[in-house]
Design a protein around this ligand. Sequence first.
Ligand SMILES: [Zn+2]
Length: 420
Amino acid sequence: MVLNIINGRVWTGNQLEEIGISIEGNKIIKVSNEMNLLKAENTIDAEDNIVFPGCIDVHSHLRDSNLSYKEDFISGTSAALAGGFTTILDMPNTKPPITNVKELIKRQKEASEKIFCNVGFYCSPINNNDIEPLVKSNAIGFKIYLHKPFENQELSRDNIETMMRNIKKNNSILLIHAESSDLFENNNHVVESETVAIEQMIKLAKKTKCKIHIVHVSTNKGLKIIMDNKHKIDISCETTPHHMILNTEEIIEGQHCEPPLRDRNNQQAIFEGIKNGNIDMIATDHAPHTVEEKEQSYPGFPGLEITVPIMFDLFYQEKITLQRIFEVLVKNPVERFKLKNIGQIKEGYNADLILVNEKNNKIIEPKNFLSKAKFTPFKGKKVNGEITATIINGKIGFRNGKILSKPGIGRVLKRTTDFN
Ligand SMILES: [Zn+2]
């Protein structure tokens, strides 16, 4: 069965070209002048759309298991497809948390029957001896929350050093939520709580040579410290759409996240970091809660359905280049997390593609989210950049507002996934 995509402007790695695409099975088999495409059983007319590689979110909380009331594999990965993400990496602070091989395998198995997009799983080790078996069981990386360790998880300097040595030995990566709760002032997450935590982690990374990734950088100073060390250690960082666009001078009350939104100067520095390439990735930090929980200030926002449209809207406003969007949402995540055969519209690559409308303005309305979390600080924002279709593993997963594929079309990522 061949699926053709015609009449769109296709992102071929560093430019938009008016060419067509033929897909067969889960593969892109032809990218060329439309006259040369294969004979197809099914054709998508992509007029007025940019055809872009499916985006990759390196920081999502899909919840499920005992937190299914907030989000589950079906609702979370539906939201991903609707928002233009075809691969997402899931955080381990679930209930129960993913700290050992037994929990990881259970989570992978449960996900495999339900997911609509490709999903990789991070773990948070309590016992450092578990790192090697977790890597062998396809943990995509490791995550620690310096301000909120899991029960029985020791995050002393010495223990993090040992953890980093084991992660380095297993050729994996440590993701760090860099906030030092010792420095919180009356539960206020001051700028120094981020900068000091980043400094401490960089010291340990220097000692151990462990590859690290700082999640959701929110301060100018924190970013500067990372930049000062980029040539000395193997470090990358991400920020979120909310830290990049919103600040405390504009935001309405009750929009709590961790780290918190910062003042305008910090927010502008983060925006600049995405524009100039100092920040490697945009991640959603998709953090679903019920509306009642959100009213009680639970931290975070659902981000899977707003991030790609907001970024494309910035492109249409000429505030960011398409090249940078490609880097922060596709290329850098693929390279940093060693994902194979995805992220390019080229013959032989896995057919993960999105169509992004160039002409329609749409108002962000959380009650229409496929995520269970029906709130967002971007409510009411008008954006040009609606996702009109998502092709996942060669199939039309989402089209004109509806999920069209069956649960389980997504795949659980293996360390060596190459989508062959
Ligand atoms: Zn998070």
